[in-house]
Each structure stands twice: as structure tokens, then as C-alpha cells.
Design a protein around this ligand. Structure first.
Ligand code: GLA
Length: 416
């Protein structure tokens, strides 16, 4: 894949919709209508994403195949006449009022363990990247909302970070590209919030295209869109509603285990720059040098890489059935080798496998709870929703949420 030239951050066109208007009404209810002459409200959108193939490969330099979805984060921004940053969300009552000079001028602040750490992290990254820093006298109110379930593995954090980057870019006139906003989001999540995530999520959010899967090579950041016939196939998400608090620690543990596997195996694979590039034969020959869990993680990464390349080739040929089979295989590997699945996710995938209308299914996101992604034949949505809900209810106490997606309107400012 060829490297892409930078894309202007403000280039997405997003149609006005009733839900955006409702967000503006909420903004005024929360912050009042008086802007003290500081400026008008502007509205921004960033989608969520579902990853279809390439699970836990991004931080191992492998290929990933996410698709942005038509749900996401809304962010209203209104300038203030002081140097304060006020942050609130429709999801909870707590809000923050922070001084831009304190944040950007003095000693580097620490994350507070709050949801607005993402916003502050992006602000700090943009301040560090701007010539002479941002103008701290130009405060603003931020009001977040949207229709993306939080913590469900649909990349709510990358969506929040990217929409913040888009809004602050517009407010401060920074002239950033999508890649710049992606880098700010990555810095915020890794260096401020403290999750050692890979590059997939912000790329999926930043380069959304309806009807297409993003094929991203995490070795060198090259990417291309691969179409999926939206008239014939539809992506469904079944949310188990299970949220795991331990996910951050478990995620970082997987990252560390992969690094350990690479440090041992790379001695026998001098051409490999990432774990995903270690040949399967090298793993087979030296598996005994690794601790049992570390060997399982390595096997998942190396086999999932090969599987994702095959799935990519199948999708390019329009063979969605073969692509779907690869999704089922990926789920088994996530369950048995990467140990990131849970009973609720397995119930849904096994049920989906028994349905003629389903081509593929697997857990999506980091795992430990969250959602299953399925590809099913268009038209089968409602019978599938009913059947999967009943099958799930027969085994588990909580009720799943089922939604269907057709691709995303992309990242950028909403024309009001
Ligand atoms: C989380 C991370 C991503 C990726 C997935 C697993 O969503 O944020 O970078 O590693 O898990 O594929």
C-alpha cells in the first residue's frame, strides 16, 4: 500500500440531522444562551468504530480491518471571553472548569482519572505541537454527547479524542491534518491517560468512509479503503452490556506479554521488526523458550496476522463468506489463546454461527466484555435481533442491545 498524503482535518461534510440539533438544545440548557459576545456555538462529530479483523494486532505491527460506524460523539464548542476551559457531558453530572494557563503554562498536569482526561490530554498534545503554544486567553466551553455506548469496545475514547482535536483545531485555527489529530489522540491516550493502545482506533475514526472497511498496515501506517457491498451485507453489533473495570490492566498486560515474546523470538528472526512479522515456524521451533501464557499470546498474534491477510484478499475479491469464516476463527483464537473473551461473548458468537443469515462473528475491541460484531445478510436484521436476544436470555441475566450499522458520515465539523 502506498503512503497517503495528509488530509485536511476540516474536509469532512456531515449532513445536518435532528440529533445534532437536539445536542445544541442540551448545550444551551446546560451552559445557558449567553456567550458574552465571545462567539457562536460550533458542532463537531467523530464516529465510533468496529474492528472486523486483526484483533490485538495494531500494537504488534500487524494489519487491521476496522470500519467506522454511523454512531459517535457529538461535541459543541463555544468560545469564552476568559481563559477557562469548561467541560461537561450529557452522560453524567460532573463537570470541570480548568484554567488554560495552569494547564499549558506551568508544570505538566497529571491525569485525574476522570473522563475529561482525554480532552485535557488532547489539549496538551496540541499545545506542545503549536508554534509558541496555544493562545491561553481564548477559553471555551465543551459539551460532549452522542449515541455511542461507552466502554463497549466501539472506540469511544478515540472518538472523544478525535472530536476534541477537530474542535480545538477549529477554535485555535491550528491548520492540522487528520494525521496530526490522530497523533494528538494517541499521545493523550498513551502518555496522559496511560493506556498503551495501538494506532487502529484513531485511524479508523479519522479516515471513516461509508460502505468501506479501512485496511491499515500498522507497520508503516499505510492504508486503503476496501468496499463491502452495503446492499447485500450489514454489520451488526450485539452489546453484552458487560463492562469490566480490569480491562485497562489486562490490556497493558497483553501489550507487555507480546513485547516479551518479541524480545525472545526476534533473536531467531532477524528480519522481523514486530511480533506480527515473526514466521510461524520460528514460533513453533522456540515456543518452549516462552512462558506458557506468553507463547499463547504470540501464537494468536502470528496466526491472526496470516488470517487477516487472507481475509483481506477474500474481501477484495468480494468473497464475504470467506471473510466471515476468518472472523469466527479469530474469535476462537481470542477466546483460547489471547484469553480476552467471556462467556457472554462466546454465547453470542456460538449462536451467530448457527444462523444461516450470519456470515461471520467475533468479539470486537479489546475484549473482557463489550460487543460482538457480526456480518449478516441485509434484510435479516429483525429476525436475527429477536433470535439472538432470546438465545442470550436463556443463558444470561442481563439483556443484550442489538444495533445495525451502515458506515459513518466521518470526522469533522457539522454544517449548522
Ligand atoms: C483496544 C485498543 C486498540 C486495539 C484493540 C484490540 O480497542 O484501543 O488499539 O489494540 O483494543 O484489537
Amino acid at each position: 500500500m502506498a503512503a497517503q498524503s495528509p488530509r485536511a482535518l476540516s474536509s469532512a461534510t456531515i449532513p445536518h440531522e435532528a440529533r445534532f440539533a437536539a445536542h445544541l438544545v442540551e448545550f444551551v440548557q446546560r451552559f445557558g444562551s449567553d456567550s458574552a459576545g465571545a462567539g457562536e456555538v460550533r458542532l463537531f462529530f467523530a464516529p465510533g468504530r468496529v474492528n472486523l479483523m486483526g484483533a490485538h494486532l495494531d500494537y504488534n505491527g500487524g494489519p487491521v480491518m476496522p470500519m467506522a460506524i454511523d454512531r459517535g460523539t457529538f461535541l459543541a464548542l463555544r468560545p469564552r471571553s476568559d481563559g477557562q476551559m469548561r467541560i461537561a457531558t450529557s452522560f453524567e453530572e460532573t463537570e470541570a472548569l480548568l484554567d488554560l494557563d495552569d494547564l499549558c503554562g506551568g508544570a505538566a498536569p497529571l491525569a485525574e482519572g476522570c473522563w475529561w482526561d482525554y480532552s485535557v490530554g488532547v489539549l496538551l498534545a496540541l499545545n506542545a505541537g503549536a508554534d509558541g503554544g496555544i493562545d491561553c486567553s481564548r477559553g471555551f466551553d465543551l459539551y460532549y454527547g452522542g449515541d455511542l455506548p461507552i466502554g463497549a469496545g466501539l472506540s469511544s475514547s478515540a472518538s472523544v479524542s478525535l472530536v476534541t482535536g477537530a474542535a480545538l483545531n477549529a477554535h485555535f485555527g491550528l491548520g492540522l491534518s487528520v494525521e496530526d489529530a490522530i497523533d494528538a489522540a494517541l499521545w493523550a491516550e498513551r502518555n496522559f491517560v496511560g493506556v498503551m493502545c495501538g494506532i487502529m482506533d484513531p485511524f479508523a475514526v479519522g479516515f471513516a468512509k461509508p460502505g468501506s472497511v479501512l485496511l491499515l498496515d500498522c507497520r508503516d501506517r499505510s492504508w486503503e479503503h476496501v468496499e463491502i457491498d452495503a446492499d447485500k451485507y450489514i454489520v451488526g453489533i450485539i452489546d453484552t452490556m458487560v463492562r469490566r473495570e480490569l480491562a485497562k490492566g489486562e490490556f497493558n498486560l497483553r501489550v507487555a506479554q507480546c513485547a516479551e515474546a518479541f524480545s525472545v523470538l526476534s533473536k531467531h528472526a532477524p528480519d522481523a521488526a514486530f511480533l506480527s512479522e515473526v514466521p510461524l515456524e520460528v514460533l513453533c521451533d522456540h515456543e518452549a523458550d516462552l512462558q506458557a501464557d506468553v507463547a499463547k499470546r504470540a501464537r494468536h498474534v502470528i496466526e491472526e496476522t496470516l488470517r487477516t491477510y487472507e481475509a483481506r484478499d477474500a474481501l477484495k475479491l468480494g468473497d464475504v463468506a470467506a471473510f466471515g469464516c476468518a472472523m469466527f476463527d479469530a474469535h476462537e483464537s481470542l477466546r483460547d489463546l489471547y484469553d480476552v473473551s467471556i462467556d457472554e461473548l462466546n454465547t453470542i458468537v456460538e449462536f451467530a454461527r448457527s444462523q444461516e443469515s450470519v456470515l461471520g462473528a467475533r468479539l470486537t475491541g479489546a475484549g473482557f466484555g463489550g460487543c460482538v460484531a457480526v456480518i449478516l445478510r441485509a434484510g435479516a436484521e429483525e429476525p436475527f435481533r429477536e433470535a439472538v436476544t432470546a438465545a442470550y436470555a436463556a443463558k444470561h441475566k442481563n439483556e443484550p442491545r442489538v444495533a445495525f450499522y451502515r458506515g459513518s458520515p466521518g470526522l469533522g465539523e457539522v454544517a449548522l
